[in-house]
Write a protein that binds this ligand. Structure first.
Ligand SMILES: [Zn+2]
Length: 57
């Protein structure tokens, strides 16, 4: 499993497959060698956020 992501370098825009374990961590584009932080998948972030919002009520 992983998430498809596009390289943030405007001159590259390579499609990258980020493995789940690399999400939220620094990864290097295989094509342009740009270092960037891989995004955390939205539904995963949602799962992490939910318990906190329930504590506030
Ligand atoms: Zn790139």
């Amino acid at each position: 499993m992983g998430v498809k992501y596009r390289c943030p370098n405007p001159k590259c825009r390579e499609k990258l497959m980020i493995p789940d374990k690399m999400q939220g961590k620094e990864v290097r584009c295989a094509r342009c060698k740009e270092l960037f932080v891989a995004p955390i998948r939205f539904n995963l972030a949602e799962t992490l956020r939910r318990p906190t919002s329930e504590l506030i009520k």
